[in-house]
Design a protein around this ligand. Structure first.
Ligand code: COD
Ligand code: ZN
Ligand code: ZN
Length: 375
């Protein structure tokens, strides 16, 4: 029997307040309104930003259903939806693409003004949410809320992908993989034969390495204080791995000496101010490009000597790997299907959705690269 147009009762992981575990609840999901899409989730990754909501370091209205790295199948669509139809495989987009705002019309930029990331309202574009639980409205998260058996998203925040794609893998294209990979191929525009340094070898840093390798970098120097991360980094394309704790001088000096004055491209994928500075200084003073990928601590700033930029360095950053999401996600899935890059090495754990708290324990203990929850 079709569920279109009806309220769907299902399970979701609700966060009632910060610092508490996820609570699996029976919720109601209202039908999609005009220009909205209701999705049956099939798989979702566990990303650090979801945990930032739990810990309170990312501001979001409560109660909330988080999760933003998912993949699923369209259950029904609201009036006026043309880009997807029931039965389509899709990836929700936490960074949407309205196609009409100044940013969407800019040839290079991607951070659409219709995002719910900069000043989170916890709603869809119309200012409301489709979730209720125990008669209370439950907030959305980044317009995606993938920790639910069903979710509703705006049409500008969903991309149709290849019918044959394995959703329990390509869900990573919804956040972590794309953030890292795009930082190399789209934001830095890594060139063939170049030398790169990647600071931080979590799931996002490893995805930067995949991007550098795909772009044809000749040397990829992986930097981490945890040497247990080196084996996987090498497997994915790192040519050298270094631990700053093994040297009695700053790591930027080590990198400058190793690379005739500095690397061509450096990436900070940790989210620390000191390593953002090290990454900047380790790229060549006249022709280096340094990309900030990690999110810095709330409201913290970094003093910078302008001379670091005056000689010709470029310092930049981007959300979602600089990709215009609705255009790029189907292409990235097609590239994965064509074996242009792997996702499997990033997935260390697969758990049933009900074990979501276990997935977050693995993340907090540093035991997982990516955990995928399946519905
Ligand atoms: N020097 C070198 N390495 C270090 C240091 C240090 N001082 N401190 C920590 N590290 C290493 C750790 O050992 C670890 O291996 C790595 O850095 C960090 O890895 P993870 O697993 O903690 O992190 P990731 O890869 O999952 O993600 C980290 C980001 C910083 C990139 C994270 O903030 C993020 O996901 N940013 C995405 C930005 C974004 O677009 N957000 C919007 C939606 S998510
Ligand atoms: Zn994320
Ligand atoms: Zn836009």
């Amino acid at each position: 029997m079709s569920t279109a147009g009806k309220v769907i009762k299902c399970k979701a992981a609700v966060l009632w307040e910060p610092h508490k575990p996820f609570s699996i609840e029976d919720i109601e999901v209202a039908p999609p309104k005009a220009h909205e899409v209701r999705i049956k989730m099939v798989a979702t990754g566990v990303c650090r930003s979801d945990d930032h909501v739990v810990s309170g370091s990312m501001v979001s209205p409560f109660p909330v259903i988080v999760g933003h790295e998912g993949a699923g199948i369209v259950e029904s669509v609201g009036e006026g939806v043309t880009s997807v139809k029931p039965g389509d495989k899709v990836i929700p987009l936490f960074s949407p693409q309205c196609g009409k705002c100044r940013v969407c019309k800019h040839p290079e930029s991607n951070f659409c003004t219709k995002n719910d990331l900069k000043k989170p309202q916890g709603t869809l574009l119309d200012g409301t949410s489709r979730f209720t639980c125990k008669e209370k409205p439950i907030h959305n998260f980044l317009g995606t809320s993938t920790f639910s058996q069903y979710t509703v998203v705006d049409e500008i925040a969903v991309a149709k992908i290849d019918d044959a794609s394995p959703l329990e893998k390509v869900c990573l294209i919804g956040c972590g993989f794309t953030t890292g990979y795009g930082s190399a191929v789209k934001v830095a525009k890594v060139t063939p034969g170049s030398t790169c340094a990647v600071f931080g070898l979590g799931g996002v840093g490893l995805s930067v390495i995949i991007g550098c390798k795909t772009a044809g970098a000749a040397r990829i120097i992986a930097v981490d204080i945890n040497k247990d991360k080196f084996a996987k980094a090498k497997q994915l394309g790192a040519t050298e791995c270094i631990n700053p704790q093994d040297y009695n001088k700053p790591i930027e000096e080590v990198l400058q000496e190793m690379t005739d004055g500095g690397v061509d491209f450096s990436f900070e994928v940790i989210g620390r101010l000191d390593t953002m500075n090290s990454a900047l200084v380790s790229c060549h003073a006249a022709c280096g490009v340094s990309v900030i990928v990690g999110v810095p601590p709330n409201a913290k700033t970094l003093p910078v000597n302008p001379m670091l930029l005056l000689l010709g360095r470029t310092w930049k950053g981007a959300i979602f790997g600089g990709f215009k999401s609705k255009d790029a996600v189907p292409k990235l899935v097609a590239d994965f299907m064509a074996k242009k890059f792997p996702l499997e090495p990033l997935i260390t754990h697969v758990l049933p959705f009900e074990k979501i708290n276990e997935g977050f324990d693995l993340l907090r203990a540093g035991k997982s690269i990516r955990t995928v929850l399946t519905f």
